[in-house]
Ligand binder design. Structure first.
Ligand code: CUA
Length: 427
């Protein structure tokens, strides 16, 4: 009788176990936004706490579940049983009760120790503690060209990055290095950090609550209006990492992504210099030059900054180097050749490896993005299905003062083509 029941349970449980285990392949665990594939000390610490809890819970589940199954089988009603009344209730067994309370306290302590130490570890932004992360230890204050990379006052500090959340994109600023809004050098949606160095992240929001999360490196801490939150991150492998806003923040929350590029410390300097360079002027008489005129005429320049050419707009992402970014529209559209990207990931078994920007893909994305946004709050005033629903591009109702929306930012196919050609020159 018992063996037949056990046989039935096993027959039911086996396919379930197989199904669950099928989710445990290496590919499934190392996907782009996997927290089970930590690539830095903060993510590793968070992973360890998670696994400690999993181990404990598995043991508890086996114990409680095992006892339950045992009791159900051992004390089940049998046809031959006397129809006796149910056993009277007693006080119970004090030894078992005290034992269970002690065991529960033990289990809580078992979880509390790694949890508390992880809270302290992730909260303790390293400054003086990590000597090798000090700016002066990996990034010379005065470059080979004799120019100062950062002021003397910050050489003992770690690299700091301000992260500002907006509906629905991230703005990154490097105050120590002069990459700030005031200096008209900001970096939208792609954060660049040096490999193996602790980086302090200052989190703010200019509208609603957002959350900063790079699953393989660290996460997640909220960006809150009127409040400055802190965290620190470090990545131990170079590559292209995928981040995501992790707090519901409106229409396009699910499309509020960002990327994190981890580079060798030596390459970081070149990236900073490239960010500070003004945009190159498009050649006269080209489609790109026509596109630049449209950029001004259709009031794009009211919201977007392009250092060296248009300097009024700070409301929307800076476009000075938009053509060098691997993603567009809050990192929702990927500017790389995706087939080449997938082939590379498969070959290297590494989702952090990344192919460069593909100009054809970038151009198609630019046209798709700008073209569709014009209809997001269309002639009838109703939002329509869009690359990013509810996005603020062309949301010119807000400029519906002083007749500023008269231009009606609708683009013909030819205009879109010129505009995309222009943006492609912004490397
Ligand atoms: Cu920003 Cu969700």
């Amino acid at each position: 009788m018992f063996s037949r029941l056990f046989h039935r349970v096993a027959v039911l449980a086996a396919p379930l176990c197989l199904f669950l285990l099928s989710g445990c392949s290496k590919e499934a665990l190392t996907v782009r936004q996997s927290t089970l594939d930590p690539k830095g000390p903060v993510a590793q610490m968070q992973y360890d706490v998670f696994m400690d809890t999993v181990y404990l819970v598995v043991v508890l589940f086996a114990l409680v579940g095992g006892l339950l199954v045992y009791a159900v089988i051992r004390f089940r009603a049998r046809a031959t049983d006397d129809p006796k009344p149910i056993v009277e209730e007693g006080h119970g067994n004090p030894l078992i009760e005290i034992g269970l309370i002690t065991a529960s306290i033990g289990a809580l302590v078992f979880i509390a120790i790694p949890t508390l130490s992880a809270i302290w570890y992730t909260n303790d932004v390293p400054t003086e503690a990590v000597a090798t992360s000090k700016l002066s230890a990996w990034y010379p204050r005065v470059g080979a060209d004799g120019k100062e990379n950062y002021p003397k006052a910050v050489e003992e500090q770690v690299l700091e990055i301000d992260v500002i959340g907006k509906q629905w994109w991230f703005r990154f600023e490097y105050p120590q290095l002069g990459l700030t809004s005031d200096a008209k050098h900001t970096v939208p949606n792609e954060i660049v950090i040096p490999k193996g160095k602790a980086v302090r992240i200052n989190l703010r929001s200019e509208d609603v609550i957002h959350s900063f999360w790079i699953p393989k490196i660290a996460g997640k801490v909220d960006l809150m209006p009127g409040r400055k939150n802190l965290m620190w991150i470090q990545a131990n492998e170079v590559g292209h990492y995928y981040g995501q806003c992790a707090e519901f923040c409106g229409d396009s929350h699910a499309y509020m992504l960002f990327r994190c590029e981890v580079v060798e410390p030596a390459a970081f300097d070149a990236w900073v210099k490239a960010q500070k360079a003004p945009a190159a002027e498009p050649a006269a008489g080209t489609k790109a030059a026509k596109g630049k005129e449209l950029f001004a005429a259709k009031t794009c320049a009211m919201c977007h900054n392009i250092t060296g050419q248009f300097g009024a707009g700070m409301f929307a992402p800076d476009l000075t180097h938009v053509a060098s970014r691997k993603s567009l529209a809050g990192a929702w559209l990927d500017n790389r050749d995706l087939q080449a990207q997938r082939a590379l990931e498969k070959k290297e078994q590494n989702t952090e490896a990344s192919v460069p920007v593909d100009p054809a893909t970038l151009k198609a994305n630019l046209i798709k993005w700008i073209g569709s946004s014009g209809t997001s709050h269309g002639a009838d005033g109703k939002p329509t299905k869009d690359v990013k629903p509810g996005n603020r591009m062309h949301y010119y109702a807000m400029f519906n003062v002083a007749g500023l929306n008269v231009s009606k930012q609708q683009f013909t196919a030819e205009e879109l083509d010129c505009l995309a050609e222009y943006l492609l020159t912004l490397k």
